[in-house]
Design a protein around this ligand. Structure first.
Ligand code: AMP
Length: 634
């Protein structure tokens, strides 16, 4: 999907306004005007055009400001593995708005309940305020730097310091700047800027900034735009760090980018994901004449283990968070598992809870009781073992393009299985359905979730970072009992408990994420599968996330299921259900099967809290539609 190639960048950029001159910092107003335009359309093509216009202008006038602009468009402060995040709480933001506008907290709260968006409340509060003199215009460099400082503040009196810094920015805001500033601070821009759109706009801007672009034939324009987009996405997949990509993009021609920005230990890749399958014959259908291999599907947490050539070892989660501090016991032991000839590497693994006496895997629930922060080795009660199933980088070389058969060979020849610590994933390479059934049964007896079935050899067996690929299939035991895959869903609200559940929430409103519209769409009410203990934990955990009104980006439909309390989208549940049906009340996948109705889960049952999943990383509305359509009776 490319922008209109006849679009004139110079004409469009006049709309960016302001007297922004060459080599001067990018005015924050320019960015906010672009945000406003993106927010006012739902068309992906138009959003891309606005971004391309912005990026081309920044590359021409103030290229040194491009990195901050890109980060602000995706509303991040740094790569995920550095762990610096915004997400400032509403009460703190309201305090800063009150201080900078002179309005009372009560008035702000009332407005917020009415409008549902704190950014707009801030903007309206500023507009109604009289100022004696015009403040100095904000620049993107200054705003970005201050946002980073705010995120870094911790410890005593940090809350007051945060309020002061936010207030400092707010007093200088003009027009719609306060609206986007507050949303940036909340951690959610909600203007339809998916990261993939930002990436493709960046690639297209690199092509369109060429002064000759307007003179090219249409076919050449389209080819160049498409090649640049493919290259940038491929580069990002193996090196997801704008800190490295953006400077290289400004320095080298785009066709050299893949060789300049190569993957490296220390920078986590987005892991490859698997497609669910419902039956064993489906596996044979999918792979037909291709070679495939089966592995146990371990029930733990994904762990990407990196070692740089100078010996630094780190472990990253499936969301690219640095988990090294969570696993000090593992970091210590990894040296023993490495053969002397192995220098640098990236391993794809699963960390599972481990019973050292019986030498066996323990259920996931036990792993989830392990502390996530400030873990001291001497206090660890839950032991962890690592199952290695893939090797993505070895001794200075990327293995992503190698077939799995070769990656597995290198994994086995470069590392050493170590009792109670490190094992290779158990595998079986037979294509006979009876053998696969037996292997599946044994995997379950060994406390695994089922099987992963992977393309083994040839072009289809490469490693595809960040993709939910059909070259990896997952078969869980429940699929075969007709229950289908579990889903990971976001808690949007709750209902007060009655009877035995009087002092806790008795049921919850869940939703799925739609990456296209960046909305959470309601999917079901759930009240089954919870122990008393878990309800208590959930009450304590969720109470701090209560918000006075549903978020603007909650899609509730015309006959909404209204809970007693609403929450910020923070907590994720794994859930199973009997089947899926079309519903006038719930909105999952609305517009995809029926123009005004969504899909809902029948007889949903709670399985567990998924602390390792971000709300935006959960089962998407597209996947829910797939689940619905895959039902035998549909
Ligand atoms: P799911 O979370 O249900 O989409 O299943 C995919 C997850 O299974 C991966 O993200 C891994 O954390 C986990 N997993 C367990 N065993 C394996 C294996 N042998 N190969 C790949 N992934 C595995």
């Amino acid at each position: 999907m490319y922008i209109r190639t006849e679009m004139s960048i110079s004409k469009e950029s006049a709309l960016l306004g302001t007297n922004w001159k060459k080599d001067e910092p990018v005015p924050y107003a320019v960015l906010c005007r672009t945000f406003e335009k993106c927010e006012n359309t739902t068309k992906r093509l138009e959003i891309t055009e606005y971004l391309v216009t912005l990026f081309v202008q920044v590359m021409r006038l103030s290229p040194s400001g491009l990195l901050e602009i890109v980060y602000m468009c995706i509303n991040k402060l740094c790569p995920d593995y550095e762990g610096l995040e915004l997400g400032i709480g509403e009460s703190l933001l309201m305090k800063a708005i009150a201080k900078s506008t002179g309005r009372t907290m009560k008035a702000l709260k009332d407005d917020y309940i009415l409008i549902g968006d704190l950014g707009t409340v801030a903007k309206n509060s500023k507009t109604s305020q009289r100022t004696l003199f015009r403040p100095k215009p904000l620049t993107t460099v200054h705003v970005f730097k201050t946002l980073k400082e705010i995120a870094q503040l911790s410890g005593q009196s940090s809350q007051n310091k945060k309020v002061d810094k936010i207030q400092g920015l707010l007093v200088a805001c003009l027009e719609n700047e306060a609206k986007y500033l507050i949303r940036q601070l909340e951690g959610k821009l909600r203007i339809g800027l998916a990261e993939q759109t930002v990436l493709s706009a960046l690639a297209q801007a690199v092509v369109m900034k060429n002064p000759e672009f307007d003179k090219w034939k249409q076919q050449k324009k389209e080819e160049q735009l498409s090649t640049a987009t493919d290259i940038l996405k491929a580069v990002y997949n193996q090196l997801p760090s704008y800190d490295m990509i953006v400077p290289a993009l400004l320095q080298y021609p785009i066709d050299e980018l893949l060789s300049k920005c190569t993957m490296r230990p220390g920078i986590p890749l987005k892991p490859m994901l698997a497609h669910p399958t419902k039956s064993l014959p489906e596996i044979l259908d999918r792979f037909q004449d291709q070679k495939f291999t089966c592995e146990y599907k371990y029930d733990g947490e994904r762990a990407q283990i990196h070692r740089t050539s100078d010996g630094k070892i780190s472990i990253y989660s499936r969301n690219s968070e640095d988990m090294s501090v969570r696993y000090p016991d593992i970091i210590d032991k990894i040296k023993k598992w490495i053969k002397p000839t192995t220098t640098s590497f990236i391993l794809d693994c699963e960390a599972v809870a481990w019973d050292i006496e019986k030498e066996c895997i323990l259920p996931f629930q036990i792993l989830s009781t392990r502390k996530r922060k400030d873990v001291k080795e001497e206090e660890i009660t839950v032991r962890v073992a690592i199952y290695g199933f893939d090797c993505l980088y070895l001794n200075g070389k990327s293995l992503l393009q190698e077939p799995f058969v070769e990656r597995r060979r290198l994994l086995h020849s470069s590392f050493i299985e170590t009792k109670n610590e490190f094992y290779f994933a158990t595998h079986m390479d037979s294509n006979d359905i009876a053998d696969i059934q037996t292997f599946l049964d044994v995997s379950i007896e060994n406390n695994c979730e089922g099987l992963m079935v992977k393309s083994y050899d040839g072009d289809h067996a490469t490693y595809e970072p960040s993709k939910r690929s059909r070259n990896w299939l997952k078969v869980k035991k429940d699929y075969l009992h007709g229950l289908g895959d579990s889903m990971d869903l976001v808690v949007m609200g709750a209902y007060h408990g009655r009877g035995k559940r009087t002092n806790v929430y008795g049921g919850f409103l869940l939703g799925c994420y739609d990456p296209e519209s960046e909305e959470y769409q309601t999917i079901c009410k759930i009240g089954t599968g919870f122990s008393e203990e878990i309800l208590k934990t959930l009450y304590d955990q969720l109470s701090s996330h209560v918000i006075p009104a549903p978020k603007r980006f909650y899609c509730l439909g015309d006959n909404p299921a209204t809970p007693d309390v609403w929450f910020d989208p923070v907590v994720v549940f794994e859930v199973k259900c009997a089947d899926l049906s079309i519903s006038p009340t719930y909105m999952a996948g609305v517009g995809q099967i029926n123009p005004s109705k969504g899909i809902s889960l029948r007889f949903p049952r709670f399985i567990r809290i998924r602390e390792d999943k971000d709300p935006e990383d959960t089962t998407s509305s597209g996947q829910i539609v797939d689940f619905y359509l895959q039902q035998p009776n549909i």
